[in-house]
Design a protein around this ligand. Structure first.
Ligand code: OGA
Ligand code: ZN
Ligand code: ZN
Length: 364
């Protein structure tokens, strides 16, 4: 495509000159409403950027403004030049998996190597973005250390459960997580909007009979549902589900679909938690259709080949994408000792930490 036929407002909006963008930070200095209404390319000629790279200069009418676009930028950005990158959060940017993907081992990193070697840290963070999780091993078995783990890549997201939460048997549990019950695959806190996008679970003690962990790739499961039962998939992307949580001090609710998609219809967010789905209020025929679809997705999520099973040992810290992976645990004997400390954090911060590590070129 030639420059002269590129969308004028688009091209002008991307002018890199110092009047249009603050050279100190690259931020735009004008409002879209300040550009001339009848903007047009008056002339295009070959030019050079200040550092001597080949470029094209555009002279604009009616205001005579001049913009110099590096050829390399045009090559990357002109419509049709190359596929636009996604935002990193949808199915298109992920490696979807079933359990056998990890027959050769889990994505894991030793805590000391993770701290000491930026390349190890980058590989671990990349696993969280690409596969949805990483397992850090040999993390000190210390009270509240999970907060330090979160601090290596981002910021703790405090909730009504505190900065961190203790997953162990409680006398008067406000959540079934704090009993010895089996917990089937779920995402946490679907009754929040925005939902915590990352979860950490740090194992301090796991001496009970049972209490094994499971992970399911919810994006993969939703993609299977789309292929096997398109109407059910459609319903689950459209029907807002009233998630709710209440205890003495808290009353939270969020109405979101079980399968969230982006404006292009790509899978972007799974919310699934049988413990906190409230009462849907819909006409009876729509309830029938929703429940049939919900059940079908629930069955799919329980397929053994989808669930990766493993057992956390003290010093393990699992970091996972709570918008994509579902986590589960088997029941355990309440007489046995089991104690995890959990915390929430956000995946945009993790992605930022990884991007900066890569910018610094310290990765393999
Ligand atoms: C939770 C949870 C898993 C476990 O606390 O949300 O799912 O292994 N715990 O106890
Ligand atoms: Zn300009
Ligand atoms: Zn959970």
């Amino acid at each position: 495509m030639s420059l002269a036929s590129a969308s004028p407002l688009w091209l002008r909006d991307n002018c890199p000159c110092a009047d249009c963008r603050d050279p100190r930070n690259g931020q735009k200095l004008f409002q879209i409403t300040e550009l001339p209404g009848a903007l047009a390319v008056d002339a295009v000629r070959d030019a050079r950027t200040p550092d001597g790279s080949p470029a094209r200069e555009v002279v604009w009418s009616p205001d005579g403004h001049r913009s110099v676009y590096p050829e390399s930028w045009l090559g990357d950005h002109l419509p049709g030049a190359s596929a636009a990158p996604g935002d990193g959060r949808t199915e298109d940017d992920k490696e979807l998996w079933a359990a056998s993907r990890f027959d050769g081992g889990l994505p894991e990193a030793d805590w000391n190597a993770y701290l000491g070697d930026p390349a190890v840290r980058a590989a671990a963070l990349d696993s969280v973005l690409r596969l949805g999780f990483v397992l850090l091993r040999g993390v000190p078995v210390r009270d509240r250390h999970v907060l330090d783990v979160a601090g290596t890549f981002g910021y703790v997201r405090e909730t009504n459960y505190g900065e961190l939460f203790d997953v162990r048997v409680e006398a008067d549990p406000n959540n079934l997580a704090f009993t010895g019950a089996r917990i089937t695959p779920h995402t946490d806190n679907p009754y929040r909007d925005p939902v915590p996008t990352l979860q950490l679970l740090h194992c301090l003690v796991n001496a009970a009979q049972g209490g094994d962990s499971g992970l399911v790739d919810g994006f993969h499961a939703a993609a299977l549902l789309r292929a096997e039962a398109p109407e059910a998939y459609e319903i689950l992307t459209r029907v807002p589900v009233p998630f709710a949580f209440a205890d003495e001090r808290t009353e939270l609710r969020a109405h979101r679909p079980l399968i969230g998609t982006d404006p292009d219809g790509r899978i972007r967010e799974i919310r699934f938690n049988n413990r906190s789905i409230g009462t849907l209020r819909l006409p009876a025929d729509r309830l029938d259709a929703f429940y049939a679809a919900y059940r079908r997705f629930g069955e799919l999520l329980l397929r053994p080949e989808l669930q990766l099973d493993f057992r956390l040992v003290p010093g393990d810290c699992l970091i996972f994408d709570n918008t994509r992976l579902l986590h589960a645990r088997t029941a355990f004997a309440e007489s046995g000792d089991r104690h995890l400390q959990g915390a929430y954090a956000d995946i945009d911060g993790l992605a930022s930490t990884l991007a900066v590590l890569r910018r610094e070129g310290s990765t393999r």
